[in-house]
Design a protein around this ligand. Structure first.
Ligand code: UDP
Length: 380
């Protein structure tokens, strides 16, 4: 069969590769002049590997996904250790025993710290629904105000009392000195960047890659089936209105030496307009560079001409999402995939896992002479 895959991020690339390996021909069309989606990396003039659309660190517990990515990239070990500035002082993140002792000026051991935090946490909140409730139940008011309230309001543009609790559930709270930002077994960054890895995924004789081409939604085309990794609402010409996203602006600064001594420093105070500063050469500690490049990261609402990053998923978006999902579920000839195609906050490893599952599902449908389904993941 002949397939069209729209978008050459991880989702599109992995789906295309699996279909191509199964003997089908695949045309991949990408509107940008490069592959990699928002994981796009390129060498900057300083020599530093630049994570153009913001830094990405690969982390997973999924053995098969870790094996998969290593077929296409040398994954260099990398551990994300984030620092945070709050109230004019610098702390360790995610909140761990060091953060607690730094913040409260104590020397607690793990059980003392646990007891102390439990006494501050709001036990009256039984089933936290919002980010704020989750934080107050989880760490209590002082740590919530210092590390989460300001940062979250800047990142999402709404009060934490309006955001779902699920956002905070991404972050751990540790009563030991483990300051690894991620709790996954495998963590690393591709030696030559993500774009080189995705180029290799797409490097197959059955794949025809076309860059810099806009695919208009619902373009019937000559393909037997389309895999759409563009925005779900764009496929339907925004018939029910736009799904809200946050976009990011990066202010770049180049200087000599070491700007901040770490890859990521978060700025948690509401008064500081950016959320974090990332220094890209520290994402490749195996490289040496005398110059350095930083990004100051600003978050704002995503307009029609901006790059969508984070799906907002407030209740108004979820109602709209349900309308799109209903239309999508009864669509023929298309499968929706990835962060934009399913309007979910996806880490890279989950994106690859789902793309592999989508390809498996689609291939088995084809084998039994059926059309692939619009969805192979729960997108609600
Ligand atoms: N967060 C925060 N303070 C921080 C870091 C994170 O309040 O210093 C909140 C913020 O709302 C963010 C969420 O926790 O959106 C999840 O953090 P994560 O680091 O996973 O965000 P990402 O790297 O995906 O932007």
């Amino acid at each position: 069969m002949h397939f069209l895959v729209v978008g050459a991020g991880f989702s599109g690339a992995v789906i295309a590769r699996e279909l191509a390996q199964a003997g089908h021909t695949v045309e991949v069309r990408e509107r940008r002049p490069y592959v990699g989606g928002n994981c796009y990396t390129r060498r900057h003039g300083t020599g530093v590997m630049l994570h153009v659309h913001g830094p990405h660190i690969f982390h997973t517990d999924d053995e098969a996904v870790w094996t998969y990515i290593q077929r296409f990239a040398v994954m260099r070990p990398y551990v994300n250790r984030v620092k945070a500035v709050s109230g004019g002082r610098i702390y360790s993140l995610p909140i761990n025993l060091h953060t607690i002792n730094q913040f409260f000026g104590t020397t607690f051991n793990p059980s003392q710290a646990r007891e102390f935090i439990q006494a501050r946490a709001d036990a009256s909140i039984k089933d936290p629904q919002t980010f704020e409730e989750q934080a107050l139940k989880f760490v209590g008011p002082e740590l919530y105000r210092a590390f989460f309230a300001g940062y979250t309001a800047k990142q999402w543009g709404v009060a934490p009392s309006l955001l779902p609790a699920s956002i905070l559930k991404r972050l751990p709270l540790r009563f030991n000195y483990d300051d690894n930002y991620f709790a996954h077994r495998y963590q690393g960054i591709p030696e030559e960047g993500y774009t080189a890895a995705i180029e290799r995924i797409l490097d197959h004789p059955n794949i025809d890659l076309k860059l810099d081409v806009e695919v208009s939604p619902r373009q019937a085309d000559s393909a037997d089936h389309i895999f759409w990794t563009g925005p779900l609402d764009a496929w339907f010409d925004y018939a029910y209105g736009r799904l809200a996203y946050r976009t990011l602006d990066f202010e770049t600064e180049v200087s000599q030496g070491d700007f901040q001594g770490n890859a990521v420093i978060n700025y948690c105070d509401a008064e500081v307009p950016y959320t974090r500063i990332t220094e890209h050469k520290h994402f490749a500690p195996w490289e040496q560079h005398s110059n350095t490049l930083i990004y100051r990261e600003y978050s704002r609402d995503c307009g029609p001409a901006d790059t969508p990053y984070y799906p907002v998923r407030l209740s108004s978006d979820m109602q709209r999402l349900n309308q799109y999902l209903q239309s999508a579920t009864s669509s023929n000839g298309v499968t929706f995939a990835g962060r934009l195609g399913t309007y979910r906050y996806l880490d890279m490893d989950v994106t690859i896992r789902e793309a592999l599952d989508i390809a498996t599902g689609a291939l088995s449908a084809i084998e039994s002479n059926q059309s692939p389904l619009p969805f192979y993941v729960n997108s609600g």
